[in-house]
Ligand binder design. Sequence first.
Ligand SMILES: CC(C)(COP(=O)(O)OP(=O)(O)OC[C@H]1O[C@@H](n2cnc3c(N)ncnc32)[C@H](O)[C@@H]1OP(=O)(O)O)[C@@H](O)C(=O)NCCC(=O)NCCS
Length: 432
Amino acid sequence: MADVDAHSLPLDPTSAEQLAAENLEYALVANDGPGFEVFHSAVSRGFLDGEPTTEQIADSRVALSPRRLTGVFDRDAIHPEVPVGTVDSWVTELTSEPGRTVPVWAISGVTVAPTHRRRGIARAMLTGELRTAADAGFALAGLTVSEATIYGRWGFGPAVFTSDLTIDTRRVQWTGRRPQGRLDFLSQDELPDALAALHERTRRQRPGEAAGWPGLWRRMSGLRPGDDDARKVRAVAYRRTGEPDGILVYSVAEKGEDGSRQELRIRGLFTADDDAYAALWRFAIEHDLVGTVVATLQPADSPIRWMLSDHRAVRETRTDHHWLRILDVPRALGIRSYAAPLDLAVRVEDPLGFAEGTWRVAVGEDGNATVTPTEDAPEVTLGASALASILLGGVRPDALATAGGIDGDAVSVAALTRAFAPAVTPVLSIWY
Ligand SMILES: CC(C)(COP(=O)(O)OP(=O)(O)OC[C@H]1O[C@@H](n2cnc3c(N)ncnc32)[C@H](O)[C@@H]1OP(=O)(O)O)[C@@H](O)C(=O)NCCC(=O)NCCS
């Protein structure tokens, strides 16, 4: 599966038919062809960005080359060559538990022209992606989202939550460990390769992480054209000997009149171990002339507050980040081991059909799950979206049950909660 070439997969005929009934054309767009420029321009417009420059288009052509680009076209438009709907997709790797990865159909770049909104174009594109992925044998699709209101209707569930942190550094002293390794600045030019290497080394440690790609590391390093903050990007590496065990990428922005209280914004923080984590956070927290440190995409159980003298100096906003969609229940539940034995008849409701059914979920003493269709009366009932949310252990089943997202008696829900508890809290430290 991981070796499936996204470009080789055919267009979904059902979506093509649905769109044709609306006089719209569903078509693949070649990355190296003339259609790429207008495709990229449509994506920029969809995300409310400016018109891309020639340099940005050339850069994106390279960055997006592994992706399958699909457009929806209105051939009666004044500019019929510009897609009114866009989506791109590729094969990525999800860490399902420490040391284990599974292929996932990654989806991004979903836009619909404001002139064509709410006519079912996004629905046709998303359901088309799901059928394409399921037909190619993927058990899971995934995405990160700009709005939390869109994808639940297609069976995606928020599976990994992250924290955005704002830390008032004037209120705190460092109380955490003080590792003995060294800190050195990295130049912007050497940063993408260093980030790629470190992320490759570390992304299998935590469930929820996904593979990166060269364009992502260039963007984080401020090296993609059109980045207004490009010249402000700094990076520090922590290491003992040899390769970095941690890299902090940041920029500093002036905040108000007081030059001694500037804002240090973390663009990326990747660490292989606790020492690197502590050393790089300490660097940020104790930075001279800085009064606030802002970081996004931190683990929901972020340890940083335990390394500071004042918990209340840390303001934390928890946000849904990594959304998953289950396309094959037995295989999706087989991507991880479980924390406690389980034997439950679980009904999964899925109007799109992929996960629909009643399944006996049996987890033995070894923690491995066997999932088979069953005729037994369900003890627990949940939607495909809720099952995706609990899959990696990022959401507690008993919390969803309280909210009405899981229906079952208290004993069954408690058993589900014990079994799905994660060995490590999931995180996803990048956008994709
Ligand atoms: C979000 C977007 C892709 C939706 O496209 P669309 O073609 O208008 O959506 P559809 O007509 O297929 O709508 C399908 C369903 O989603 C709902 N929906 C669409 N956009 C929504 C939004 N922003 N918030 C909540 N619900 C939304 C519709 O109401 C419809 O609901 P229903 O099935 O219950 O009737 C489009 O508005 C857009 O391009 N927005 C800007 C870019 C963006 O945010 N992309 C998402 C990136 S993660």
